[in-house]
Design a protein. Sequence first.
Length: 268
Amino acid sequence: MTAKIRVLVSGAGGRVGREVVKAVLGDQAMQLVGVVDPWAVGKDAAVLAGLPACGMTVQGDLATAIQESRPEVMVDFTNPAVVRENIRVALQAKVSPVVGTTGLTDNDLLEIDGWAKEDATSCLVAPNFAVGALLMIRFAQEAARFFPHVEIIELHHDQKLDAPSGTALKTAEAISRERKQVRQGHPDEKERFAGVRGGEFAGMRLHSIRLPGLIAHQEVIFGGVGQTLTIRHDSTSRESFMPGVLLAIQRIRSIREGLVYGLEKLIF
Ligand code: NAP
């Protein structure tokens, strides 16, 4: 029998972290060995996730938890202010990070790739673990060859800290690799309120909507002569991210050292 993959969840008391705890506990090939979240210290991780107690209590300090639980993989769904340091701590301990936390900059990603290579450990950062969202990006990249006029509208719950979403940015990057550069909108267009036309990325407009009741949604709208094409993806529950997270936990240790950016690199 092959040994189970030892997994630590960082951000285990958060909205996504609780789903990750549930998914790891339910996977025969994995063993939950550590759970970290400063606000939930001492609580049973499974109870937080709405399951019967599993006897695994939440710890507050990642380095200590890693030392005590010897995980192979750390899953991180925390926040933009702490994720970079969490990744550094994990890599130094030769633990492979699987990171869903968004808000990392290009410079952060370069630095993380350097650390992972130095520590001869692999790391995955994925702005979106939902397979449908990855397909949306693929389809949008294909459509951009025919429709250079495009705007991206991403919609998330109002507790999200970063804007635009990592997925919107990744979509815009993918589109810009195919899209013919055009100036969109009227040349004399003026905003009566700052930001009303959204943010600009490589000539495209990105709009971020934040409302209670939403989870994670995105529309990519292409406009052409006499027609529009809308590609839309909705995560209606945080469970949508779990098949991708579990797949990443399974694959991360078998890939080369360094940073892999985007779950699509593992599945397409
Ligand atoms: P959340 O509910 O705020 O959960 C984050 C949790 O991490 C909170 O319980 C937070 O505690 C905790 N935390 C803060 N500092 C920590 C530290 N140093 N170590 C361990 N835990 C710490 O947020 P969420 O909705 O679950 O989202 C988490 C992140 O995942 C966000 O960046 C979000 O954009 C991203 N996300 C990514 C995907 C994807 O597919 N890649 C999908 C959904 C969300 P406090 O409340 O005390 O700060």
